[in-house]
Design a protein around this ligand. Structure first.
Ligand code: 2BA
Length: 151
């Protein structure tokens, strides 16, 4: 089972860019909040026009950036841009880095941004896709090693 897991393909487990909710660094925070709420995710990638990932934006970062002294100043949502509030420290991986490296990075990141060799964003690798795959292998292994005792 271990060999099988080590050899797993990041591309096979990846959520393709076409199915990833994302925003542009120049978008307003109001637009980003709309995308986050509509998609249901707490954080999503920020992609520039050339398809390079520039950061991640979350509901928490947005609320933090419009936090006044005594209240959340929602009226400022339309004035600020995603690039001013995003977290630029993105956890990235390339397909040839391998599954074990992806698993290691996923300990501290709920999703990894997958890039091709030109540094272009091609999708995300989520914790749930990795855990699902590991769970599937463990179940298969447990069933194949189960030997009922004859009485
Ligand atoms: P969260 O948004 O905090 O979501 C945590 C987990 O909750 C997800 O884990 C998933 O199991 C579930 N979940 C949340 N919103 C969902 C939705 N709209 N549909 C289905 N399941 C949902 P993961 O699947 O491991 O995702 C980890 C993180 O990756 C997510 O954290 C989110 O930040 C990001 N993510 C996942 N799929 C995405 C997508 N298609 N577009 C953009 N970001 C995505």
């Amino acid at each position: 089972m271990l060999q099988e897991l080590i050899g797993l393909s990041i591309l096979d487990l990846m959520t393709d860019v076409n199915r990833v909710a994302c925003v542009d660094p120049e978008n307003s925070l109001e637009h980003a909040l709309l995308v986050l709420v509509k998609s249901g995710y707490s954080a999503i990638p920020v992609l520039d026009r050339s398809g390079i990932v520039q950061g991640t934006i979350s509901k928490t970062l947005i609320l933090d950036s419009i936090l006044g002294l005594e209240r959340i100043e929602f009226e400022h949502l339309g004035e600020q841009k995603v690039k001013d509030a995003m977290n630029p420290n993105v956890t990235k991986i390339r397909p040839h880095d391998g599954f074990v490296r992806a698993l290691e990075l996923a300990i501290n990141a709920p999703f990894l941004c997958v890039e091709d060799d030109d540094g272009r964003f091609i999708g995300i690798l989520t914790r749930s896709s990795m855990l699902n795959r590991i769970h599937r292998s463990m179940k298969t292994e447990m069933h194949s090693s189960y030997r009922p005792t004859s009485s």
